[in-house]
Design a binder for this molecule. Structure first.
Ligand code: SF4
Length: 443
């Protein structure tokens, strides 16, 4: 949707977002920064004065996609004086190398430098801006974000950066050290969103459940209770680290009616030696213990995970430990990947990438097959059950189709002639396969 206050005198900005929900939220903030500076945000690149690609560096494929897209966008420079640049994790990760491979870029800016964005309009023709300086205190407080899609779901960043230093991960190198927003600011933002009609907030952080406010001796469980007290109908959070699910956090999830009982619990691997090499800071047994405690503390909880296969040193028997852990935990869903070394990480510097590509592929296919079956079973178990869903999308097969998510984060497709967007409705599940769950509206 284009800004309604367009005028020929105002600069126009077009933003494309790649990667995780943190980036989606950051793009809303970038829109806020530009609008505060008197710019219009537009929906197509052709009429833009400034084009930004807000990027992700976690996987190489994502970086290749961005490079392809920028090359395509460069053709617009033939017709206008548009400035094109890359911001976000990829800018921070590749730095000068990015300018070398894409010399036509007008700017590259890291995630801690966004306050300077409006200065890009002051650049002289042909002048470049490259800034990947880091700022440990930057939390972007006081910037009104701009949500343009009218979705009933909003993202709220509660912390930035990560101190965990998993050996395969670029995030600590691109997003910097961990820092937390104050609970008062978070609660004020959620209260405002609730007043605007938002039905669900997703609290975001790289290790979101490590959030704390030391001065006030508060941890993530306390934050959940404070956010819950705003009365917003639903609360989720991502992405957590298994180590930070303490008693207080689990009690808060179980006791706060509006905190959804769906937990992401990235394990990455099922073998203790591999976990140690990944610097995940828990053993297989400790992880399984956390899963047991979660299941005991939160009835009807759904669990999802992240897995990387083919990490250096992953022998066949170590890989089998991952398969058996997936089966034992019976995850409801999983995000499954093959390892590929990312420059700048400890794994890339210190470990030989010793699992052959075809072997990684075979292992990936095996975990996909196992997880697909677990997901299918878990979805089939929903048949005949009644669930509350928050309608947040429109189905793409036929008229009057809506999609919504259960508290356990399952997407359900329903049909109704009524306008349901943003409503909490009750459904009965009639059909569930591997990919789609279908329900009937009952309330
Ligand atoms: S905890 Fe997550 S974001 Fe932080 S280093 Fe590990 S994988 Fe990366």
């Amino acid at each position: 949707m284009a800004d309604t206050h367009q005028s020929d005198l105002r600069h126009t900005v077009y933003i494309e977002t790649y990667g995780c929900q943190m980036n989606v939220r950051d793009s809303e903030m970038l829109c806020g920064i530009f609008r505060q500076a008197g710019c219009d945000i537009i929906d197509t690149p052709e009429k833009a004065d400034l084009i930004l690609l807000n990027t992700c560096a976690v996987r190489e494929r994502a970086e290749q996609r961005v490079i392809g897209r920028v090359t395509q966008l460069f053709s617009l420079k033939k017709q206008s004086s548009v400035r094109i640049g890359i911001v976000g994790c990829m800018a921070q990760h590749l730095k000068d190398a990015l300018l070398e491979s894409l010399p036509g870029l007008d700017f590259i800016l890291g995630p801690d430098t966004y306050r300077t964005l409006p200065e890009l309009f002051d650049l002289d023709p042909g002048e470049h801006r490259a800034d990947w300086s880091t700022n440990r205190d930057e939390l972007y407080e006081g910037i009104p974000s701009w949500r343009r899609d009218g979705s009933p779901v909003a993202f709220v960043t509660v912390m930035r950066g990560c101190d965990m230093m998993c050996t395969f991960c670029v995030v600590p190198h691109t997003r910097g050290r961990e820092r937390c927003r104050s609970w008062r600011d978070i609660v004020a933002e959620v209260t405002q969103l609730a007043e605007e009609g938002v039905m669900e907030v997703v609290l975001l952080g790289q290790t979101v459940n490590a959030w704390r406010e030391e001065k006030e001796k508060m941890g993530f469980g306390d934050l959940l209770r404070k956010v819950s007290a705003t009365g917003i109908p639903r609360i989720r959070f991502t992405s957590p680290h298994p180590l930070y699910y303490g008693e207080e956090e689990l009690k808060a999830i179980a006791e706060c009616e509006n905190v959804c009982e769906s937990i992401h619990l990235p394990v990455q691997a099922g073998n203790t030696d591999v976990l140690k090499k990944m610097n995940r800071r828990y053993t297989r047994e400790e992880y399984l213990g956390i899963v047991r405690t979660i299941r005991q503390s939160i009835p009807h909880v759904t669990l999802s995970t992240d897995i990387i296969v083919g990490f250096p040193g992953e022998t066949e028997s170590r890989f089998e430990d991952t398969l058996s852990l997936i089966a034992e935990c019976s995850f409801d869903s999983g995000y499954l990947f093959k390892y590929s070394p990312r420059s700048g990480t400890r794994a890339e510097r210190e470990f030989e990438d010793d699992v052959p590509a075809e072997e990684k592929q075979r292992r990936l296919e095996q975990v996909i097959e196992l997880q697909t079956e677990l997901t299918r079973r878990s979805q089939q178990a929903m048949i005949g059950g009644q669930y509350e869903i928050l309608v947040d999308g429109i189905g793409d097969r036929g008229p009057n189709q809506w999609t919504g998510r259960t508290r356990g984060n399952r997407t359900v497709v329903i049909e109704s002639e009524k306008e349901l967007m943003g409503r909490l409705v009750k459904v009965i599940i009639e059909e569930a396969g591997t990919w789609t769950v279908r329900g009937r509206l009952i309330e």
